[in-house]
Ligand binder design. Structure first.
Ligand SMILES: *Cc1c(COP(=O)(O)O)cnc(C)c1O
Length: 427
């Protein structure tokens, strides 16, 4: 059987195969550049593992208190080496990205302190953490105030307003690298570096924290290479490489990480406890795989951008601009197209391919959300997934794919489902 016949056997029409291959044939040079970035990051990770003398003994887990968990402690040193920071927390006890961010914030903000977001409204789930939406145990309830400065209409930093917003109470500045669910550009690491330089110029002792979710290993440098005091992310996104079944990380300056450990476990106990159970091997292997997985996911995002741009939809980033995270948003303009897109991604999955995604409320999010994912790790968004809040402009956020071939199939299937329902026309 030819590849086209294999696609047909999965439900993709020859017309969609031809249309897709035509687009992909024009992307070869960009894909080669992605492979070069993946190679660089692969070497960076191997070097960090060698420098920290990773051995088979690191894969043995601990139970109970988890004192002297050599594999866990070595993995944290590996992360610190990769991100070029003093120290790192890499734990399965961190349940998700929001949890990692909440630990990082609440460990370093005290009553009377103020937090500033100079890049507009942060990720949806942080609204309750901060107290923008009332919630017990929010930073607001603890007496921490919050300010934000919107981006300028062209998506750049409003330096004058940022300078005016920094005051004697400003203790921590949070910069979200990825656009998340917003319709704004994702920042490059060098743009983040410029912003950090500016805010440190206004207030040298302010702590700069970067929400690094979806950004890891997309470039050859990380925000911690350009002055961030702390970078935070989820292991069921990029750095877990699809193999980590749970976890989050925080890498940063020693004193800041010490406080995060006290917040994660208990004051006085800090990093000493936290059994790794059977996690170590998966977290090491996932980090090792991450650069190539991320490259495959970005290939998928670029393919999706080019396909839907050609079909006449507004896509962010557009088909030709450079990439700083793995997320692709496509303004589909109607709930029906969002649902059809998700049906396609779901139908292309290795797991749960027979289920139909529907919109529903999700804790932490304000609007109903539709999600498509047929993942080995539940909710993992480094695996091929599509989601979005059902609100204008009806943008779907598409990300992940453990392999480029799977990402490609998912995007082709999304188009197939829209064609089947007469929601788009091929030119
Ligand atoms: C995914 C994400 C989060 C939250 O992570 P969860 O694991 O879903 O809690 C925070 N910020 C950004 C930018 C994200 O993409």
């Amino acid at each position: 059987m030819s590849n086209t016949e294999m696609f047909t056997s999965l439900g993709i029409s020859p017309k969609v195969v031809d249309y897709s291959e035509g687009i992909i044939s024009e992307l070869r040079e960009r894909f080669e550049e992605l492979d070069r970035v993946a190679e660089y990051n692969q070497l960076k990770i191997i070097k960090a593992m060698q420098d920290n003398r990773v051995s088979a003994a690191c894969f043995a887990g601990t139970t109970g208190y988890g004192h002297d968990d050599m594999g866990r402690d070595t993995l944290e040193n590996v992360y610190a080496s990769v991100f070029h920071t003093d120290a790192a927390i890499v734990r399965g006890q961190i349940t998700c990205g929001t949890h990692a961010l909440a630990i990082a914030l609440s460990a370093n903000l005290l009553p009377g302190d103020e937090m500033l977001s100079p890049v507009g409204r942060p990720y949806d789930t942080l609204e309750e953490v901060i107290g923008i939406r009332e919630c017990p145990c929010s930073l607001k309830e603890m007496g921490v105030t919050y300010r934000e400065v919107d981006l300028l209409p062209d998506g750049t930093f409003d330096y004058d307003a940022i300078k005016a917003a920094i005051n004697e109470k400003t203790k921590l500045i949070e910069i979200q690298r990825s656009k998340g669910y917003a319709q704004r550009p994702t920042f490059s690491v060098s743009q983040i570096g410029e912003l950090i330089k500016f805010v440190k110029g206004v207030k040298p002792d302010v702590i700069v924290m970067v929400d690094n979710c979806y950004g890891e290993f997309v470039e050859t440098i990380e925000p911690s290479d350009v002055g961030a005091d702390m970078v935070v992310g989820s292991l069921i996104k990029n750095p877990g490489g699809g193999l980590a079944p749970i976890g989050g990380y925080i890498c940063g300056r020693q004193d800041i990480i010490d406080r995060c450990f006290y917040r994660l476990t208990a004051p006085g106990i800090g990093s000493d406890v936290g059994a790794s159970l059977d996690l170590n091997t998966k977290l090491y292997q996932g980090l090792f795989m991450s650069p190539t997985v991320v490259a495959g996911a970005i290939k998928g995002a670029i393919f999706a951008a080019n396909m839907y741009e050609r079909l006449g939809f507004k896509v962010l980033p557009n088909g030709s601009e450079s990439r700083h995270d793995i997320i692709q948003s496509i303004e589909l303009g109607s709930p029906e197209r969002m649902l059809a897109f998700c049906r396609g991604v779901q139908a292309a999955a290795p797991v749960d391919s027979y289920v139909t995604p529907v919109a529903s409320p999700i804790p932490g999010y304000d609007d109903e959300v539709v999600m498509a994912a047929g993942a080995f790790v539940q909710g993992s968004s480094i695996e091929l997934s599509a989601d979005g809040p059902i609100r204008p402009p009806y943008a779907i956020y598409f990300q992940g794919g453990l392999t480029w071939s799977h990402a490609k199939l998912g995007i082709m299937m999304s188009l197939q489902k829209m064609l089947d329902d007469g929601l788009v026309e091929l030119d």
